[in-house]
Design a binder for this molecule. Structure first.
Ligand SMILES: Nc1ncnc2c1ncn2[C@@H]1O[C@H](COP(=O)(O)OP(=O)(O)OP(=O)(O)O)[C@@H](O)[C@H]1O
Ligand SMILES: O=C(O)[C@@H](O)C(=O)CO
Length: 419
């Protein structure tokens, strides 16, 4: 297997989002959970997306895991490495996008790295280095209230510079519009001036096609699914495909778990109440570890025979802030993720093989606890969210939804595509 593209994703939902985009744009792709074990048999593919849970861990650990993934991909011949970050650039002033980019740049022998989280299909666009989410500046979007990495600066040059060893420059939209040659010249000029990274503006998929071609002249780039689209279209032999083939039906009980507190997930949970039983977890009770997990599994066990259920801890920004003020943000996040991991294990013990999980960190905790090692890509449920089939181990169908992705009826839509 000699890979055309190797990707390192900083969370599991982001990895399936990217793998979906690569697949739809003509690259046969598989998603692995961490660096694959030597005995994991992978299909013949053009691209591997290694999913890490490295977005919100200490920067040094994120660097170490990302370098290990890079070494594995390069050993399989990956011609280009994409570090997949969130389309809302989720990170803090301590990292981890900057430190990982610096380390990968050095490991790949690059001088400067093209960076763009633009993903127009989901409303993420970049102009003058400023990120917009559905037309709203990042710092005014719901991302300003994220439980783990509130984003309160829309200028990504400043955001990335605060995390980086070297200054961060800009590839303005006018340069992008002038073509991949102009982008290459701008990168070379910035490198000559000592810049280590350049934020590239992009508003339309056509901009990302140009950036994909320019990025491929380098060993490394950093971005979200939009850049994945550009890279895949430049690398693929065939035309984009409209839809991946569905997997065979699995049947049996199905469940949804939501640990995401993103605005889209909150709306989706409310909508789900019309179509399935919903258990809203008491976050204080989960932290108290007084049997809340066991009660949630027992609640599900009496309902699963009648149809899918949804278990959610999701809360409004005010409630999240109040809980974090009482216990500390990291303590809260880790405890709730651990609770979801145990609930997922309990559901699988009850026979659940079809599972929808909302939230990147939540998905990471669940998938790790279930011991799943890789996924094949199925049809797209919503932009950025494919149906996944586990490879090796227990046969399962999953959907790992990024917090802000999906329409109001996402949970119902996902289950209908995972028979
Ligand atoms: N009621 C709650 N109060 C505080 N924190 C919560 C609550 N419920 C869940 N959390 C935590 O909030 C975090 C949500 O992050 P997660 O990545 O799962 O969702 P997201 O950020 O919306 O998704 P994505 O990263 O895919 O955009 C997790 O650490 C989760 O444990
Ligand atoms: O890029 C995105 O927005 C998503 O793939 C993601 O990474 C959310 O966790």
């Amino acid at each position: 297997m000699s890979l055309r593209l190797g990707a390192i994703a900083d969370d599991y939902t982001g990895a399936s989002d990217l793998a979906n985009t690569l697949t739809r744009n003509g690259l046969r792709t598989v998603q692995t959970i961490g660096v694959p074990a030597d005995d994991l048999v992978l299909p013949d593919v053009d691209a591997v997306v290694i999913a890490l849970k490295s977005r919100s861990i200490p920067a040094a650990e994120a660097v170490e895991k990302s370098l290990a993934a890079c070494r594995w991909l390069e050993a399989r011949g990956a011609g280009h490495i994409l570090f997949k970050v969130c389309s809302t650039f989720d990170s803090t002033d301590e990292g981890n996008i900057g430190p990982v980019t610096d380390a990968l740049r050095q490991a790949t022998g690059e001088v400067i790295v093209l960076v763009t989280p633009a993903f127009p299909e989901t409303g993420r666009t970049l102009y003058q280095g400023n990120l917009f989410v559905a037309g709203v500046p990042l710092a005014e979007s719901p991302m300003k209230d994220h439980p783990l990495n509130p984003m309160r600066d829309s200028d990504l040059r400043r955001v990335l510079a605060r995390q980086s060893e070297k200054p961060v420059g800009l590839i303005p939209l006018a340069t992008v519009a002038a073509g991949d040659g102009a982008v290459g010249q701008r990168l070379a000029a910035l490198a000559g001036e000592g810049f280590g990274a350049a934020i590239a503006d992009a508003v339309f998929d056509a901009d990302l096609e140009i950036l994909g071609r320019a990025a491929l002249r380098q060993r490394l780039s950093v971005g979200a699914s939009g850049l994945g689209l550009g890279l895949a279209r430049a690398l693929a032999d065939g035309p984009p495909m409209s839809a991946a083939a569905p997997f065979e039906a699995l049947g049996g009980p199905a469940a949804c778990l939501a640990g995401s507190c993103s605005a889209a997930t909150l709306r989706q949970i409310t909508a789900a109440e019309a179509t399935m039983p919903v258990l809203r977890l008491d976050a204080e009770a989960l932290l108290a570890k007084g049997g809340a997990v066991e009660k949630a599994i027992a609640w599900a066990s009496t309902r699963l025979a009648d149809g899918p259920v949804l278990v959610a801890s999701s809360a409004s920004p005010d409630a999240v802030a109040a809980l974090q003020a009482r216990h500390g943000g990291a303590v809260v996040g880790t405890a709730i993720e651990a609770a979801f991991a145990e609930i997922a294990a309990g559901l699988v013990a009850l026979g659940v093989r079809r599972l929808v999980v909302a939230g990147g960190e939540t998905s990471g905790a669940v998938v790790d606890r279930l011991g799943l090692s890789a996924f094949a890509l199925g049809p797209e449920i919503a932009p950025g969210v494919p149906v996944l089939r586990s490879l090796g181990g227990t046969d399962m169908r999953l959907a790992l939804k990024s917090g802000n992705f999906g329409g109001p009826d996402f949970f119902r839509d996902a289950l209908s595509m995972m028979p």
